[in-house]
Design a protein around this ligand. Structure first.
Ligand SMILES: [Ca+2]
Ligand SMILES: [Ca+2]
Ligand SMILES: [Ca+2]
Ligand SMILES: [Ca+2]
Length: 244
């Protein structure tokens, strides 16, 4: 078990990366990463990428600010479970926090942990493939939501060389929240969005409840990022496929 203190996470700095390994002993193993945040309420994005196993990522408030997970600390729901890609996207004010990485497997579980803190309204700097859509070869619809508890959603998809895609994200319901969208490619496979990896940013309508990207083409792996600009909202995504 590793207890690491990452210190202060600076606003809009490059994501911090830690490589870890949980021993494969058929018992739940865990590492913890403590961090501090400043007065600006900002989007904190945390991810853990494993090669397999049964894994979990959870966030706690470090109430006694000692950098260690103990009984007085409080769980900040929800945690995420999975096998390969785990992520949390939360709006957090000033405080002391701990991210806990857990896993259980018969063999050693190597993982990469990432954390970033970005200004409200800015896009998610991490490329974790949270929602995996596979190759898009026909029209596709999805619904999801963004809120202070989940400030960003990453939709991972693949296009072949004969496809063209129009993407529309519409805020649903009472429209009290606003989202912004962009498509990125993690070309160097490091799990974050580097300078030359933004493919296209979405265009917003004047009224602001519809964001669109048109004529996306070119064979490759992409990620549509739907990010909170303000408030909480449900949204619908339409992937409109046509032959290029
Ligand atoms: Ca503590
Ligand atoms: Ca969501
Ligand atoms: Ca998310
Ligand atoms: Ca990258």
């Amino acid at each position: 078990m590793v207890e690491k203190n990452l210190g202060f996470i600076f606003l809009d700095a490059a994501p911090k990366t830690e490589n870890g390994v949980l021993p494969g002993v058929f018992q739940t193993q865990q590492d913890t990463y403590a961090f501090r945040t400043g007065t600006t309420t900002a989007n904190v994005n945390v991810s853990a990428s494993f090669s397999g196993g049964s894994t979990q990522l959870a966030l706690f408030r470090d109430n006694n600010a000692n950098g260690r997970l103990d009984n007085v600390d409080s769980f900040l729901s929800p945690g995420t479970t999975g096998t390969t890609f785990l992520s949390l996207n939360k709006s957090l004010g000033k405080g002391n926090f701990i991210a806990r990485v857990q896993g259980i497997s018969g063999s050693n579980m190597f993982y990469t942990f990432k954390i970033s803190r970005s200004s409200p309204g800015s896009a998610n700097p991490l490329t974790t493939p949270e929602i995996q859509l596979g190759t898009i070869a026909q029209d596709l619809r999805r619904r999801d939501r963004i809120s202070d508890q989940d400030t960003a959603d990453n939709f991972a998809f693949t296009l072949d060389g004969n496809s063209s895609l129009n993407i529309a994200v519409r805020e649903l319901g009472n429209q009290k929240g606003d989202a912004n969208i962009r498509v990125v490619q993690d070309r160097n496979g490091n799990g974050s969005v580097d300078q030359n990896e933004v493919v296209v940013k979405g265009t917003s309508t004047l009224k602001g409840n519809l964001d669109t990207i048109t004529g996306l083409r070119g064979a490759g792996d992409y990620i549509l990022q739907v990010c909170q600009s303000s408030g909480n909202t449900q949204f619908g995504v339409t992937f409109d496929h046509s032959a290029a």
